[in-house]
Design a protein around this ligand. Sequence first.
Ligand code: TXA
Ligand code: MG
Length: 315
Amino acid sequence: QTQLISPDPEGIARISALLTAGEVVAIPTETVYGLAGDARNAVAVARIYAAKGRPSFNPLIVHLPDLETAERIAVFDAQSRALAAAFWPGALTMVLPLRPDAGIASLVTAGLGTVAIRLPAHQAARTLLRAFGGPLAAPSANPSGRISPTAAAHVADPVTGLGGRIPAVLDAGACPVGVESTIIGWVAGQPALLRPGGIAAEDIQAVLGQPLAAPVIDPDMPSAPGQLTSHYAPRASLRLNATSAAADEVLIGFGDVAGEISLSENGDPVEAASRLFDILHRADALGRPIAVAPIPETGLGAAINDRLRRAAAPR
Ligand code: TXA
Ligand code: MG
């Protein structure tokens, strides 16, 4: 039985105690719900992979309370410090050289010499990180390959979520950003966009004063989860760039394309990102084929289209 726990002081203490005991629990972040475990405890990290049914080559993001703890785990340079100053706490993950004495379980990094880190902005996540007093490894709290969770109910669902497989969900309502963090790494010394996400690539490029390289993607050796071809998949089929519904399709609208339900009637990509996964969960529950209106590729539109293309990919 998976319990929903409120983020009041008593709830935070209970979740923190579960984490200290090596359990895995779902926690809210500003992007999506994460399946958190103590990043120093190999057994806890193995439980994350097991609960998600995640392939072990896919390393996890380490969540930290502040820059001081981040500097003890990873090596920063001028560019990563500038990005940290501009976007942390927030929906940016950076893949940086791992300090050998960081104390992070090797299963977190899948044995790589780098570590993905992020300081979440969500109040409940920050309070929990301070109460727990350690690094939390946390992928999105969905079964591997399924739609990401942006509400506690998505996590607790026994069929499409992790209900029954984890002891608890820290329930702080809907995630305000709604898509996973943007992942930046350095490839041959050049900053590269490893996954589009909650912070627009344009804003990152503006801080760096240079374009982000788009890394070559090898679908057999994904270095970011979204790089698995079929990810974020609903059970029903999904058709992109639809301007009207065919047969019994549920049309998900955007802007001028009205649809049965809309990602954003005003055509606002930020609002659309915040609703994306909840609307996909709901549309999927109807058991009808899904069609989605075109979304412009600018700002958070890039992250939305990335998730939609993967949800539509053949599997
Ligand atoms: O918004 C988010 O980022 C959410 C919330 C919970 O924080 N987390 C999330 O984690 O999306 P996850 O596990 O689904 O995505 C992390 C991805 C990994 O799949 C991996 O491909 C990439 O980050 N990653 C992690 N460590 C890496 C590394 N050392 N090198 C390259 N990529 C890495
Ligand atoms: Mg994920």
